[in-house]
Design a protein around this ligand. Structure first.
Ligand code: GLY
Length: 257
């Protein structure tokens, strides 16, 4: 799957006031900005045209734009984040997406859904059921996707420790290949896929993204990087330590389409 565009939002000064359960200390704002700039450069290196939004101080988590929409070539599906403090982030992204999309769907109450729980694998979508995405949100998304010609299946992660979203534990790298953490490896939804299994101490790096033939992955996870390179993937390691402190990963920082 090839992408042309990405939307990102520069983190605000109050980024550290967002939601987190990470217990890794407070992010350093200057370092956060530097890491975000390097991330944006990597997206450009992958050939993407960036729309960079200004910080939105009303929503400290709003740099994690991925949670606000699910994008396919024919339509944009606006989410309804399960975190109440994040629901208002969607309106601004809707405005931006109107420049690129004509067909919109919206997840509506009592459904909740965050983009971090949605993993596209070609014409199929895995929808994570989590503390942020409920069954009604998953049902609505599955219906919208079916209308647009895609299949989907749910993956319940509510009993899996240490992952906020489904994509904290899996990534699709194309060619029927999934990166998977050990606790999700035997899930029936992933049967028939080739899997790259994470070493548990490197689980954080499972949240990687394939963009136009390159894999962006978190820096500091040598076993995973070596595994990917041995399989012939071109990697771009990026330091995202400050985002990790706020329960964020590489994929959450952009909407790619
Ligand atoms: N801090 C990201 C989130 O909890 O949604």
């Amino acid at each position: 799957m090839n992408f042309k565009n990405a939307i990102v939002r520069t983190p605000g000064k109050n980024f550290s006031q967002g939601l987190t359960s990470a217990n890794l200390g407070e992010p350093d704002y200057q370092k956060t900005l530097e890491q975000h700039t390097a991330y944006c450069r990597a997206l450009q290196q992958c050939g993407l045209n960036l729309t960079t939004l200004d910080p939105d101080l009303e929503y400290p988590d709003s740099t994690f734009v991925e949670d606000t929409a699910v994008l396919i070539p024919s339509a944009a599906i606006l989410t309804r984040p399960g975190a109440a403090s994040r629901i208002g982030e969607v309106a601004a992204i809707h405005l931006q997406l109107q420049r690129f999309y004509r067909q919109f769907y919206s997840i509506t109450s009592p459904g909740s859904l965050e983009g971090g729980d949605i993993c596209q694998a070609g014409s199929h979508f895995f929808i994570g059921l989590s503390d942020r995405t409920n069954e009604e949100g998953a049902r609505q998304l599955a219906e919208f996707l079916a209308k647009e010609g895609y299949t989907s299946s749910t993956v319940d992660i509510r009993n899996i420790r240490d992952i906020l979203h489904l994509k904290s534990g899996i990534a699709y790298l194309g060619d029927n290949t999934l990166v998977v953490i050990k606790s999700l490896n035997d899930h029936p939804a992933f049967k028939g896929y080739k899997t790259i299994l994470m070493d548990p101490e490197e689980n954080y790096a499972a949240n990687c993204v394939m963009i136009n033939g390159r894999v962006l992955l978190a820096k500091g996870y040598p076993k995973f990087k070596a595994k990917l390179e041995a399989l012939g993937f071109t990697t771009i390691p990026l330091d995202v330590s400050e985002f990790q402190k706020m329960d964020g990963g590489l994929s959450c920082l952009s909407l790619r389409f």
